[in-house]
Design a protein around this ligand. Structure first.
Ligand code: FAD
Length: 465
């Protein structure tokens, strides 16, 4: 049988695979993407980022409506169930899938539907739905197969009350109460979502703080607002066992604490989709969570086979995955690396309030003995926030007190994940162009949330002596 040949074969059509495919196609390479699911887009589009963000947006709108004094008379008549809110995500997913097929089509990237495995270091076997398989050869292979929720073997995920971040998207009712085990990004985001639906939520954290990689002031605020919305947060807990019953689920913790709720959402870690790819036979290693071992160029032990995105480990973000794909595509097509694509990336966390940050935290700067200063703007003082009613939030700029170089931007509140990009653009400037002065010497539209930068910059400059 004829064996088609490509410059590069990409396994997986999530952000990592798409990023690699588009960059390679634009560099004139002959590329194909193999996708096991019957539509492109990856876990990101179908069971990760997009559905959870669409769900969150709908629930946010409902919460905004309930808060608005104009609608106080009608608000009690509105009752919306979780599955109805979930349904709203469907049209967004379909829109994303259409857009992505258009991109592949326009850039002449062949999409092959089927499950891929590496037959040898240059051959990929694709098992198609009809049961027959086809071999393809390639000079380079990019593995971008993503991740799935980690499921410890002693927890019964077949029980309808025991959920993970995939099956929570198929929940057919609004639970009265929910325990979330794992207070990472996914756990915190779902805590916010269910709180806004008036579900009683326990958020059980295995660590001593929420989202310890963020600035302390921001996570303190997150903890405060989650509690304010009714979430019970428990830190430093480790599960002993999960008891799934007909009328609820009991999470037994090693500390002796027990939580009984209608459902349990397990949000404690992800595992890389690397099994059945034929990696072992090629000497390509993985860790205990199935994440493929790569070097700083995202090359595996076989140097023309790359692994990017969630399957290659942290940070587990769609944004970072897309750029890792572009990074390896550049290495393949041009033999050079653009380190900016993989070094500095922002974090966006879609809790209520939303959180976003880039650069170093106060803790890091203190440890590194960098003489920094802080400038803050509280959203409650910003005209645009007063107009929209989203007055909860803060923008915090960390800058070098001598050079005024911006070192970190930390924001929480409505639109935080958009707001951070204004500062990111200045932080990315070379030399003295990365300066706090930009915000005091530039005219911004008024009223906007961008004004928070000017307010924070002036607040910071006032501390300099
Ligand atoms: C609930 C949730 C919310 C999230 N929210 C955000 C967010 O707000 N922002 C953010 O940046 N990130 C978010 N993420 C993370 C983000 O979704 C992932 O980091 C991103 O999807 C990783 O992209 P990827 O391309 O590596 O893998 P994926 O998007 O998972 O795509 C992998 C693709 O590979 C395919 N595949 C697997 N094995 C094979 C095979 N053998 N052959 C062929 N195809 C195969 C899969 O079918 C899948 O389509 C969230 C994740 C979850 C679970």
């Amino acid at each position: 049988m004829h064996t088609p040949h490509f410059d590069t074969l990409i396994i997986g059509s999530g952000p990592a695979g798409e990023g690699a495919a588009m960059k390679l196609a634009k560099s004139g390479r002959q590329v194909a993407v193999v996708e096991a699911f019957d539509q492109v887009g990856g876990g990101c589009t179908h069971w990760g980022t997009i559905p959870s963000k669409a769900l969150r947006q709908t629930i946010q709108q409902l919460a905004d409506y309930r808060r608005n004094p104009l609608f106080q008379r009608t608000v009690r008549q509105i009752h919306v169930d979780y599955p109805e809110l979930l349904a709203a995500a469907g049209s967004i997913i379909r829109g994303q899938v259409r857009t992505k097929y258009r991109y592949y089509d326009r850039n002449r990237v062949e999409v092959i539907h089927g499950r891929a495995r590496l037959a040898d270091t240059g051959t990929v076997e694709v098992l198609q739905a009809q049961g027959h398989s086809q071999h393809y050869t390639a000079d380079h292979v990019v593995i971008a197969t993503g991740s799935r929720p980690y499921q410890p073997p002693d927890v019964d995920f077949s029980h309808p009350r025991v959920l993970d971040s995939d099956s929570v998207l198929r929940l057919d009712h609004t639970p009265g109460s929910l325990t979330i085990y794992g207070a990472g990004v996914i756990g915190c985001e779902y805590a916010s979502i269910f709180c806004n639906l008036d579900v009683k939520v326990n958020l059980v954290n295995t660590r001593d703080r929420l989202l310890a990689f963020l600035d302390d002031e921001i996570t303190d605020a997150l903890g405060y607002y989650l509690r304010n919305q009714g979430t019970v947060i428990r830190h430093n807990e480790e599960y002993e066992r999960v008891e799934a019953l007909d009328d609820g689920v009991v999470l037994h913790c090693k500390s002796g604490k027990k939580f009984k709720t209608d459902c349990l959402l397990w949000a404690n870690g992800r595992a890389g989709n690397s099994a059945d790819l034929g990696l072992e036979a090629l000497g390509i290693g993985t860790n205990s969570r199935g994440q493929i071992r790569v070097n700083e160029l995202y090359r595996t032990a076989v140097s023309h086979i790359y692994a990017v995105g969630d399957v290659a480990g942290p940070p587990g973000l769609a944004s970072a995955s897309y750029d890792q794909g572009r990074f390896v595509a550049m290495d393949i097509a041009e033999g050079r690396c653009d380190w900016r694509l993989v070094e500095d990336f922002p974090t966006g966390i879609y809790t209520s309030p939303e959180i976003s940050s880039i650069g170093r935290t106060e803790r890091e700067l203190t440890d590194q003995k960098v003489p920094y200063e802080v400038g803050r703007a509280m959203f409650k003082n910003i005209a645009r926030a007063q107009i929209t009613g989203h007055t909860v939030g803060m923008l915090k700029l960390l800058f070098h007190r001598e050079t005024l170089e911006i070192l970190g931007i930390h924001c929480f509140g409505e639109q935080a994940s958009e707001i951070v990009h204004i500062g990111q653009a200045i932080m990315a400037q070379e030399g003295t162009a990365n300066s706090l002065s930009y915000f005091t010497e530039t005219t911004f539209n008024y009223p906007t949330m961008a004004e928070a930068y000017r307010v924070a910059a002036l607040n910071g400059l006032n501390r300099i002596f």
